[in-house]
Ligand binder design. Structure first.
Ligand code: DGL
Length: 265
């Protein structure tokens, strides 16, 4: 029986999930959080679903061993590849996955054209196809894989000329096609929101799902009477890459430096 004071495990292929971690901490400040950046295996977007499932089994096992009362897959690519597998393995453990915000975008668009920026793995998945079937019948959805963005963000680059050029090349065709709503379908991309906003007309909406994931975690914990009463312990960070590399980008992406431990590969 998990206790209310037990931590919540949050993972991503790298630093992208920090954009979700921030939303969780904002909404649920009493929760103690564990964060695993699988940066030794990033990008997931170009890996096979089988490879990602193996990584997620390993990370879920780690959180379980740490006594986590719930796990958040703060990664769209990991969710499409592995959430069903983890739900089978841990049927009684609250698991929160995430998917591109197609439903709210379809409701919000006025031009009837929506653009999705995401990884190749997410856009090619059956789960994403099912999402479009379910929610995007009345709108045109244009998908744009964005190889290269994740690596830049992992290195703490949110604004270099090379990054601008790369992002511009991905966004231009979506605007030319009449998109008035852009979905950030990868948790790394919210870190590019200021840059992206500077490239698109002011009436183009940019949406992501970090806040919705935090609310879903809140619902799942509340339903099991597992919401923490606080105070939260310090967030613990692990990475499967060199700890110093996460340490270097934490002040930029998380707002402060924190102790980072090596994740047992
Ligand atoms: N942050 C991840 C996502 O939400 C994937 C990035 C990657 O490793 O390719 O899809």
């Amino acid at each position: 029986m998990a206790e209310r004071a037990a931590p919540v495990g949050v993972m991503d292929s790298g630093v992208g999930g920090l954009s979700v971690l921030a939303e969780i901490q904002r909404l649920l400040p009493n929760e103690s959080l564990l964060y695993v950046a699988d940066s030794g295996h990033v990008p997931y977007g170009e890996k096979s679903p089988d490879y990602i499932r193996q990584r997620l089994r390993h990370i879920a096992g780690f959180f379980h061993a740490q006594g986590a009362k719930a796990m958040v897959l703060a990664c769209n690519t990991a969710t499409v590849a592995a959430v069903a597998d983890l739900r089978e393995l841990y049927p009684n453990w609250p698991l929160v996955g995430m998917e591109p915000a197609v439903k709210p975008a379809a409701a919000a668009t006025r031009s009837g054209v929506v653009g999705v920026l995401a990884t190749t793995g997410t856009l090619q998945s059956a789960k994403f196809a099912a999402l479009l079937d379910r929610f995007a019948n009345d709108v045109q959805v244009i998908t744009q894989p964005c190889p290269g963005l994740v690596e830049r963000i992992e290195a703490g680059d949110l604004d270099s000329p090379q990054l601008r050029q790369l992002l511009h090349g991905y966004v231009r065709p979506l605007l030319d096609a009449g998109c008035d709503t852009l979905i950030l379908g990868c948790t790394h991309y919210p870190f590019l929101r200021p840059l992206l906003a500077s490239m698109v007309p002011a009436d183009v909406a940019i949406i992501d799902t970090g806040a919705a994931v935090a609310r879903q975690l809140q619902r799942l914990l509340a339903a099991r009477d597992l919401l923490a009463e606080g105070p939260a312990r310090d967030t613990a960070f692990w990475t499967s890459a060199e700890p110093q590399s996460l340490n270097d980008v934490l002040p930029l992406l998380w707002g402060r430096a924190d102790r980072v431990l090596p994740f047992p590969l």
